[in-house]
Design a protein around this ligand. Structure first.
Ligand code: NAD
Length: 258
């Protein structure tokens, strides 16, 4: 099989958490363009349904929305049941839903800390575990978790200790699952994006005010776009990456190089 053929995902069944918008929406579109059917998993059901309808029209794939809070084990179980009922299997999981709260460490409340860790770390654990259980039975599957460059550096000037800690946790969780499942046909990798122009930043005035400052130190002088993360996830999802597991892929325009 040639390399372009190996990059195709025809017949594969995938879910994308945080798929309603931003990085999740862009990556889900690419997975569908490569041939996969997709469950758009998100807390925001109206937006998830809108995205699923649009994506089905654009790609001609079977795309449907599932309402799920990734911090809830019950929701995650119901998500898996809904996907298996519709698709019969899960080949690709992009565990991507995440949030950021910018508060100094000495002012952060227990609730703020817990919220970020719950969504970004526990949410990835629950959804990757749910996918893993199905994939282990199948004897095959690829899980891709969204970490961040914030797993590697401490971003400045905005304070975000819980976010940084949660994303470092995602990388070690990814490596741990990768080792446990390496001989069982299930691969687990993570991506670590740099600043990407999504609503996570663009809808938060305290962050948009910092874009100019970040761009001054960014080697490429700009934010990344969600579509600039598509190819790495399509690669990790399919057979072209069959020897790739337990790795983290930094896609940040060299932001973390110095
Ligand atoms: P976004 O805010 O545009 O989209 C996040 C999506 O996740 C939303 O649709 C939201 O409804 C959903 N979501 C949030 N909490 C959820 C929950 N508990 N259960 C289910 N869905 C939930 O953000 P984005 O920029 O697309 O970020 C996606 C991922 O990429 C996050 O993990 C984020 O930390 C990571 N990331 C983003 C950047 C960036 O600069 N934008 C950089 C590095 C990493």
């Amino acid at each position: 099989m040639g390399i372009i053929e190996k990059m195709r995902l025809d017949g594969k069944k995938a879910f994308v958490t945080g798929g309603a918008r931003g990085i999740g929406k862009s990556v889900a579109t690419a997975l569908a363009e490569a041939g996969a059917d997709i469950a758009i998993v998100d807390m925001d059901m109206p937006e998830a349904e809108k995205t699923a309808k649009w994506m089905a029209g654009e790609t001609g794939r079977d795309i449907f929305a599932i309402k799920c809070d990734v911090t809830s084990p019950e929701d995650v179980n119901a998500m898996t049941d809904a996907i298996l009922a519709r698709f019969g299997r899960i080949d690709v999981a992009f565990c991507n839903a995440g949030i950021c709260i910018n508060v100094p460490a000495d002012e952060m409340t227990f609730e703020q800390w817990k919220k970020v860790i719950d969504v970004n770390l526990t949410g990835v654990f629950l959804t990757a575990q749910a996918a893993g259980k199905v994939m282990l039975k199948q004897g095959s599957g690829s899980i891709i978790n969204t970490a961040s460059m914030s797993a590697h550096i401490v971003n400045v000037p905005q304070p975000q200790c819980a976010y940084n800690a949660s994303k470092a946790g995602v990388i070690q969780l990814t490596k741990s699952m990768a080792i446990e499942w390496a001989k069982k046909g299930v691969r687990v990798n993570s991506i670590s994006p740099g600043y990407i122009g999504t609503e996570l930043i663009l809808a938060a005035p305290h962050l948009t005010a910092l874009i100019e400052e970040w761009n001054k130190i960014a080697p490429m002088g700009r934010l990344g776009r969600p579509d600039e993360l598509q190819a790495i996830v399509v690669y990790l999802a399919g057979d072209a990456s069959s020897f790739t597991t337990g790795s983290d892929f930094v896609v940040d325009g060299a932001f973390t190089c110095f």
